[in-house]
Design a protein around this ligand. Structure first.
Ligand code: ADP
Ligand code: F6P
Length: 322
């Protein structure tokens, strides 16, 4: 394989640039020409390829986001869109593609694989919802940003004896919320994976105050049925009866931005190199991730459409320590 391309797709994640840099430099070390695709699958459909050499990816390791740009591209979900992309790849003489992205992006990647194009995937999303990788690029940074927000909220919460509700990202997966709750010492965590009764939250918070706590933090996953807005509405409606003052913070995209942590830079570097090595070996149609600390290679067919289960022992731990 002499010419490969790399793209980033879906929600950007801190550490994607480390993965791009690693793909380019590992590709060049294997005598390949490497092209970057601008703007995810949208750019692929439109054939926007730029040659990338080792110097083009200098100074990007510490930058959040992705230098290639990303996109949500509905057209690529159609077979017509995928065939257009395939024509662009073949027309540019590209023999292999590396897709750095999350669940949706790897579903698209799997579609290209099924059309016979040699691909590899790099597990990258702050949501940590991909089978085939214990953790994914961006999770560590996003978690630390959520944690900083919780730590800051705790100081103001204790000054006023208030309850603070903080909503974190994660789409339909409660991983970030659960880990933020444990690391941030939250009094309650609301997850998509667990049915929640707002009355139970109120009881837990009241008992926390009775036990002498000066603050209460509730971490909420954005994908939960009772997300921040729903809980805010519930507690406002029943404020007199439930009897506490609630403040809501939705950290949203702040969580996805900024400088990648050391963990995400190293993970991006390892997975990018790993993906090139799979193409070199001729092992196509796989996701490159990390399992129990080692690089793991899983067929894309076993990854997409298989939801990753949250390890509920962490939920038990969060409840034990609240
Ligand atoms: P992420 O990769 O972060 O989960 P998305 O779910 O938005 O983000 O997916 C990114 C892109 O991947 C989509 O905009 C689309 O172009 C492509 N994609 C998502 N789902 C599919 C699918 N079922 N088939 C083909 N392509 C898909
Ligand atoms: O998949 C990453 C993610 O940040 C999710 O946590 C979130 O639900 C979604 O992307 C937000 O998407 P957008 O940036 O398109 O608003």
């Amino acid at each position: 394989m002499k010419r490969i391309a790399v793209l980033t797709s879906g929600g950007d994640a801190p550490g994607m640039n480390a993965a791009i840099r690693s793909v380019v430099r590992t590709g060049v070390a294997n005598d390949m020409e490497v092209y970057g695709v601008k703007g995810g699958y949208e750019g692929l459909i439109n054939g926007i390829f730029v040659p990338l050499g080792t110097r083009d990816v200098g100074g990007i390791l510490q930058r959040g986001g992705t230098i290639l740009g990303s996109a949500r591209c509905p057209e690529f979900k159609t077979e017509a869109g995928q065939l257009k992309a395939l024509r662009q790849l073949n027309g540019a003489g590209i023999e292999g593609l590396i897709v750095i992205g999350g669940n949706g992006s790897q579903t698209g990647n799997c579609a290209l694989h099924k059309l016979g194009f040699p691909v590899a995937g790099v597990a990258s999303t702050i949501d940590n919802d991909l089978i085939g990788s214990d953790t994914t690029i961006g999770v560590d940074t996003a978690l630390n940003i959520a944690l900083e927000a919780i730590d800051r909220l705790k100081t103001t919460a204790s000054s006023h004896q208030r309850a603070f509700l903080i909503e974190v990202m994660g789409r339909n997966c409660g991983y970030l919320a659960l880990m933020a709750a444990i690391a941030g010492g939250a009094e309650y965590v609301v997850l998509p994976e667990v049915e929640t009764d707002p009355e139970n939250i109120a009881k837990t918070l009241n008992s926390a105050y009775e036990r002498g706590k000066s603050h209460a933090i509730i971490v909420v996953a954005e994908g939960a049925k009772y997300n921040a807005n729903a809980l805010d509405a519930y507690f406002t409606e029943h404020r007199e009866r439930l009897g506490f003052d609630l403040r809501v913070t939705i950290i949203g995209h702040v969580q996805r931005g900024g400088t990648p942590s050391a963990v995400d830079r190293i993970l991006g570097s390892r997975l990018g190199a790993g993906a090139v090595q799979e193409l070199v070996k001729g092992n196509y149609g796989v996701l490159v991730g990390v399992i129990k600390g080692d690089i793991a290679v899983t067929p894309l067919e076993d990854v997409v459409g298989h939801p990753k289960a949250l390890d509920m022992s962490y939920f038990d731990l969060a409840r034990l320590l609240d």
